[in-house]
Design a protein around this ligand. Structure first.
Ligand code: PXL
Length: 276
C-alpha cells in the first residue's frame, strides 16, 4: 500500500485543507498520514472571528518521533501554511524525509482573485518561493503564480501566457509546475510543464461561473494521489480536472447551503470508480 503524508492546517468547519486532503487521498486507496499545522475554527475566507491555534512547535517533535520509528513516505504534500516560521520547519521536514525514490508536492496556498488570504504576508510569499524550489511538483493558481513570480496579477491567463508563466515557475527550481485556473474559451482547466522534457500537457472541463472555497485543495489532493499511484503527469492532471469539475457541478443544486465549500463528498464514489 502506498503511503502519503500531508502537512496543512485543519479548519474545523469549511471543507478545505486537511478535511479535504485526508478523505480524498484515503479514498484513492493510499494510507494518509497527517501533520496538522494549526487548528482553526473555520477557514479564513469569508468567516469573521475565526480562532487560530498555531501548532508550529509540534511539527519538529512529530518529525523526530517519526524519524526514530523509521517511517518513510511515497509522497509528501503540503498545503496552506500560516507563517514564515512554519514554512522553514516544513522545509526541514523535506530535508529529513525527502528521498530519491519519493516526491514532494507543494501547493503554495496563499490567495485567490489577485489577493493574499487574510493574515498572509509578503514574507510568507518569499518563504513559499524557497519551499517551491525543493518540490518536484508545485500547484499554484494564477494569483499564487503571480505572487511567486513577483509579477502583477492580470486575471485569467490564456494558454500562451500560462506556458510562459510555467517556464518561469520551473526556474524557481521545481521540475513539474502545474498552473490551475487556466481559461480556454468556455473551458476552465490546468496546464502542467515537464521541464525535464520541455513538454506541456493540459486538461480542461466546462467553465462553471462559481467560486467555491477548497476546490484548489480538492484538485491538489487528487493530483497528489494520482501521482502516488504511479499515474503520469498528463493522467494525474486529467483526473484532477475531471474530479474538481464534478465536485463543482455536484455543488450547484446545494449552492446556498454550502457557500463555505464544495460537495466533494458526493463525488468520492465516482473518483474510486474512475481509478478501477
Ligand atoms: O483552501 C485553502 C485554505 C486552507 N486553509 C485555510 C484557508 C484557506 C483558504 O482560505 O483559509 C486556513
Amino acid at each position: 500500500m502506498k503511503r502519503a503524508v500531508t502537512i496543512q492546517d485543519i479548519s474545523c468547519f469549511g471543507k478545505c485543507s486537511l478535511t479535504v486532503a485526508l478523505p480524498v487521498i484515503s479514498a484513492m486507496g493510499i494510507e494518509t498520514a497527517v501533520i496538522p499545522t494549526a487548528v482553526l475554527s473555520t477557514h479564513t475566507g469569508g468567516f469573521d472571528g475565526y480562532t487560530f491555534r498555531d501548532l508550529t512547535g509540534d511539527i519538529p517533535q512529530i518529525a523526530s518521533h517519526w524519524e526514530k520509528l523509521g517511517l518513510s513516505f511515497d509522497a509528501i504534500y503540503t498545503g496552506y501554511l500560516g507563517s514564515p516560521a512554519q514554512v522553514q520547519i516544513v522545509s526541514d521536514f523535506f530535508d529529513t524525509f525527502g528521498r530519491e525514490e519519493n516526491f514532494i508536492v507543494v501547493d503554495p496556498v496563499m490567495g485567490d482573485a489577485g489577493r493574499l488570504y487574510t493574515g498572509l504576508t509578503e514574507e510568507l510569499v518569499g518563504g513559499m518561493r524557497s519551499l517551491c524550489s525543493k518540490a518536484d511538483y508545485i500547484i499554484p493558481n494564477m494569483t499564487e503564480a503571480s505572487f511567486l513570480l513577483g509579477i502583477p496579477y492580470s486575471g485569467d491567463a490564456d494558454e500562451e501566457r500560462s506556458k510562459d508563466m510555467l517556464r518561469r515557475l520551473a526556474e524557481l527550481g521545481c521540475t513539474y509546475p502545474v498552473l490551475t485556473g487556466v481559461r480556454r474559451g468556455n473551458e476552465h482547466g490546468a496546464i502542467a510543464y515537464d521541464s525535464a522534457k520541455d513538454e506541456f500537457c493540459s486538461a480542461f472541463g466546462p467553465h462553471i461561473d462559481r467560486q467555491l472555497h477548497g476546490t484548489g485543495d480538492v484538485f491538489a489532493s487528487v493530483f497528489t494521489g494520482a501521482v502516488t499511484l504511479g499515474k503520469d503527469l498528463s493522467e494525474a492532471l486529467g483526473l484532477a480536472v475531471r474530479f474538481t469539475s464534478a465536485c463543482i457541478t455536484a455543488t450547484l443544486p446545494h449552492a446556498d447551503d454550502v457557500w463555505y465549500g464544495s460537495c466533494f463528498e458526493l463525488c468520492l464514489g465516482d473518483l474510486i470508480s474512475w481509478l478501477h
